[in-house]
Design a protein around this ligand. Structure first.
Ligand SMILES: C[S@@+](CC[C@H](N)C(=O)[O-])C[C@H]1O[C@@H](n2cnc3c(N)ncnc32)[C@H](O)[C@@H]1O
Length: 520
């Protein structure tokens, strides 16, 4: 009898990954796999020819004498930490020490809150998305979904309200689409060019808001950053300029007075007079370019598919100015895949304040206003809290009964003179978050095909009110809200994660949930 054997990687898996692996095998091969000593086995011949190459969680698929290394395994094999030069002629099946999440252009920038790229491919398999499918990421952040779309051959469009996120996402796509020779050559040309520029330039030419930046960088560093930005302007083709700017923006925290460990912008305790900005930039640049070039040895951009991130507010997706190529598809996305912000989200703009200023993406005085437009933003004044509490009591946003009751429960618990402003704000912020997510669900529902899937990966959080810990079951609340806005809940899968490679941290388990919805 014929059989297909799927082989596990040599690295450690989270339990949820093995669960997803079984599900994607069933979705791709059309039958349930069985446990096998080194992986999973499927009885019968492999009818869907490209199923093995589309797998996420296996290092190889064996059908008789035929061996297939999935595209994902090839990509991970080219990532840092896995031996940079995987040669199929010498080693037909890659042997990886750790799961790599920064392969190809995923490591271009360490945007906070990125999600695991493997999960995007696996979700696509569960939703049975074929190459050529149209996929939306309504909170695309730094473009993890879009870059996976480029690797797989989906058309991917993303929306984000943080201009830096949009720049990073488009830069990742440009890096992957660039000709590897050209990319290498431009990287070396830039390394040579910046030297000539350092001395001859006044440090303000390419740096907006010089006064503001002087508070956050030593003057010699500003001069170097200015020279690098100047050298970047001669890079051709033009889309590579943004790739290099994004790489620069990823190191500027290290050469500033900003405390590296703090998400908020706070000053270092031990500021220096100067930092080796040029050396750090060039080292980072070469490593990041090399990662993309290695990936391109094995995986090529798929013709005819486009990926694109756009600045906009996903609560009102119709107001977004879509590119012409995308407009035709406007109401016909096959699916959406995203990791949305949490109820009291990360301060995405504040955290990246220096990058936003250096690249001229947002003026420092606009930051507060920009941050307020983010869903999950936790900065509210007392008068806004009182206004939101009034809306919460009357359920002005027409949240479903469970969600509305939970917000009223929080309001009752928060009413304690011992609470500081952060705790007092919890009910209003939770209500505002759910109302905003309700608008987002209604808005995305208008652009996804009937029956199309929507997968959201989101965590549970908790807060302490009146001395008691209160669980905010965001996935369950969101599933309720989605159902009141035109979506049907297909299932919720729980993902337990912990620090995979650090034994000392392995006790700190984090729990996230993957919600899968279908458009009614
Ligand atoms: C968890 S992050 C997404 C990260 C992304 N999956 C990645 O891998 O980089 C959530 C994103 O939602 C964005 N966001 C928050 N409110 C938004 C809104 N109203 N419209 C569009 N994007 C928004 C934030 O700027 C942030 O980039």
């Amino acid at each position: 009898m014929k059989m297909v054997r799927l082989l596990w990687h040599d690295y450690r898996y989270f339990p949820y990954e093995r669960g997803l692996a079984k599900r994607e095998a069933r979705a791709l091969f059309g039958r349930a796999p069985q446990e096998d000593p080194d992986g999973l086995a499927l009885q019968g011949a492999c009818e869907c020819e490209d199923a093995p190459s589309r797998l996420t969680y296996f290092k190889a698929a064996l059908a008789g004498q035929v061996l297939v290394v999935p595209d994902q395994a090839k990509l991970e094999a080219t990532g840092n930490g896995n031996g940079s030069a995987w040669e199929p002629a010498r080693q037909p099946i890659p042997s990886l020490h750790r799961q790599c999440t920064r392969y190809s252009a995923h490591g271009l920038h360490e945007y906070r809150g990125k999600f695991n790229p493997q999960v995007v491919r696996a979700i696509g398999n569960l939703l049975r998305l074929e190459p050529g499918a149209w996929v939306l990421d309504p909170f695309c952040g730094s473009g993890t979904t879009l870059l996976e779309a480029a690797h797989i051959g989906w058309n991917g469009l993303g929306v984000d309200i943080n201009p830096l996120a949009v720049l990073i996402a488009n830069a990742k796509i440009a890096a992957f689409n660039a000709s590897p020779d050209e990319f290498d050559r431009e990287c070396e040309a830039l390394a040579k060019r910046h030297d000539a520029a350092v001395d001859g330039l006044d440090c303000q030419e390419h740096l907006p808001e010089h006064g503001y930046l002087q508070k956050w960088f030593p003057l010699p560093v500003l001069r170097k950053l200015n020279a690098i930005l100047h050298a970047i302007t001669s890079t051709r083709p033009a889309p590579l300029q943004d790739v290099f700017r994004v790489i620069l923006s990823d190191i500027i925290r290290d050469v500033s007075f900003q405390d590296h460990a703090d998400l908020r912008i706070r000053r270092r305790k031990d500021p220096a007079q100067d930092y080796p900005a040029v050396e750090l930039f060039l080292e980072t640049l070469r490593a990041k370019v090399a990662s993309v070039v290695r990936a391109r040895k094995h995986i090529q951009p798929k013709e005819g598919a486009i990926q694109y991130a756009i600045f906009g507010d996903t609560r009102d997706i119709y107001s977004v100015t879509w590119p012409v190529t995308a407009r035709r598809r406007f109401q016909a996305f096959d699916a959406a895949i995203t990791s949305p912000p949490y109820a009291t989200a990360m301060p995405y703009l504040d955290t990246q304040r220096l990058s936003l200023a250096i690249l001229g993406l947002i003026e420092s005085r606009e930051l507060r206003h920009g941050e307020k437009r983010l869903i999950g933003n936790r900065e509210i004044q007392d008068n806004e809290r009182l206004y939101l509490e009034e809306e919460l009591r009357t359920n002005a946003a027409q949240l479903p009964e469970n969600a509305s009751r939970f917000c009223r429960h929080l309001l009752a618990l928060a009413d304690d003179p011992k609470h500081g402003f952060r705790r007092r704000n919890v009910p209003a912020l939770t209500y505002k978050y759910l109302a905003d997510m309700g608008s987002m669900f209604a808005s995305t529902h208008r652009v996804i095909k009937a029956g199309g899937g929507y997968a959201l990966l989101v965590g549970r959080n908790s807060t302490t009110l009146k001395g008691k810990q209160v669980l905010i079951d965001t996935p369950a609340l969101l599933a309720d809200v989605a159902q009141s806005r035109g979506w049907r809940l297909e299932e919720t899968l729980t993902f337990e994660t912990y620090h995979r490679y650090d034994v000392h941290q392995s006790n700190s388990i984090r729990e996230e949930a993957l919600i899968i919805l279908r458009a009614n």
